[in-house]
Design a protein around this ligand. Structure first.
Ligand SMILES: *Cc1c(COP(=O)(O)O)cnc(C)c1O
Length: 384
């Protein structure tokens, strides 16, 4: 809509400013924005020795990736491609998909926001498991849609049967996070197929696979796109590829979904630097496999050490371990900080520890040992 300078509306005077008549609070956001939950910030980064709070890799990008970043930065005066076209072509080629099925974004969060804002609005419902990724309530809330949170099972896993049963005529999308952040639990291939069979074709299923590389799945979920036109798979370069600071991710979906997202997306979503880094990182599969295997070893070690101490935890498929300490989460976080390691605590639920450095693992174990009788019974489903 364009504004005509011969508009009959009189100019706003400071005295009859709309905001002024509502008090001195300034412009009001849409309903629901002011009460959105806040994404937690990592704390204590400067003061701790080990950062195990944000599921990042503990190592800097490889020399080849840093070279690609420097080369792309030298062209920073030029806009990048309209839609991350090189990254899209690379991803499509690697996964055996049509380029029209792939959408690139500034991290998978940006793509999740694009999906939700394209498919859901006020009056709609979006279903996801809870506890899951803390960005979901925020991104769903921004669309104006109602969040329908389905509690995890007692084993901290997605309850896909209940999630399918929660679908109503108002449901526009269901988010499935596998491996689930923060509990690490995975949805296996058969469970996912069974779930997709239950979901009506007009309901979008968003499969958030931010950590898939750490769970070494036998099946590639993008193969399901042939059979389920309502599926969108989200992946990122932030976790296993170690590029969290650059913001690059992609989505694979049916042609129709991808076409709608391209229409709704802002132009130039991926910076030149992020695109070049993501492509370069994908060109080093051996290095990536080595990093992943080191982290999976660390996961095995920390999980075993915690279980030896009588702590029951769900099997994790991520680069992190979930310690379901319930009401003692903040106490464990403080004990970890006292050992100079930052972790992510969820008050009343548990603590998530990012894996990577043995020093961090040792510090977390020292923190656990410093607490009185920290033995944990199997977790009860978490209500919000
Ligand atoms: C970290 C994370 C993301 C965000 O990834 P970006 O690509 O950095 O935006 C998405 N989903 C889950 C479950 C995550 O834990």
């Amino acid at each position: 809509m364009s504004t005509n300078i011969t508009s009959p509306l009189p100019p706003l005077e400071p005295s009859d400013h709309r905001g002024a008549s509502r008090g001195a609070s300034g412009p009001s956001p849409r309903p629901g924005i002011a009460t959105l939950p806040e994404y937690s910030r990592s704390q204590g980064k400067a003061s701790v020795r080990w950062i195990a709070s944000s599921n990042e890799l503990p190592v800097p990008p490889s020399p080849a990736v840093q070279d690609a970043v420097a080369a792309a930065a030298a062209d920073a005066n030029r806009y990048p491609s309209l839609a991350g076209d090189n990254l899209v072509a690379t991803v499509a080629g690697r996964l055996g998909l049509e380029p029209g099925q792939v959408v690139a974004g500034a991290g998978s969060l940006a793509l999740l926001q694009l999906l939700l804002s394209t498919y859901a609005a006020s009056g709609d419902e979006v279903i996801y498991a809870w506890r899951s990724y803390e960005a979901y309530p925020i991104l769903v809330g921004v669309t104006g849609a109602a969040a329908v949170e389905v509690p995890l099972t007692g084993g901290s896993r997605h309850d896909l049967k209940s999630m399918a049963a929660a679908i109503t005529t108002a449901t526009r999308a269901v988010i499935v996070c596998s491996p689930n952040n923060p509990t690490g639990t995975t949805v296996d291939h058969e469970e996912l197929m069974d779930f997709l069979d239950r979901v009506p074709a007009q309901v979008l299923v968003i499969l958030d696979e931010a950590y898939r590389e750490f769970s070494l799945p036998e099946h590639d979920s993008t193969h399901l796109l042939k059979r389920f036109a309502n599926l969108a798979v989200l992946r990122t370069f932030s976790k296993a590829y170690g590029l969290a600071g650059l913001r690059a991710g992609y989505l694979a979906a049916g042609q129709d979904i991808a076409a709608n997202l391209r229409r709704a997306a802002p132009p130039f979503p991926v910076s030149r630097v992020a695109e070049a880094a993501a492509i370069a990182a994908w060109d080093e599969p051996d290095l990536t496999a080595q990093t992943i295997s080191r982290i999976v070893d660390e996961r095995r070690y920390l999980s075993a050490q915690l279980r030896n101490r009588g702590i029951e935890l769900p099997a994790s498929g991520g680069n992190f371990v979930w310690i379901p300490v319930g009401g003692r989460a903040l106490e464990l976080e403080a004990a970890c900080l006292a050992q100079s390691v930052s972790v992510r605590a969820f008050d009343g639920e548990g603590v998530r520890v990012t894996l990577g450095e043995r020093g961090a693992t040792t510090a977390v174990l020292a923190a656990v040992d410093s607490m009185a009788r920290l033995t944990i019974p199997p977790a009860a489903p978490i209500a919000r």
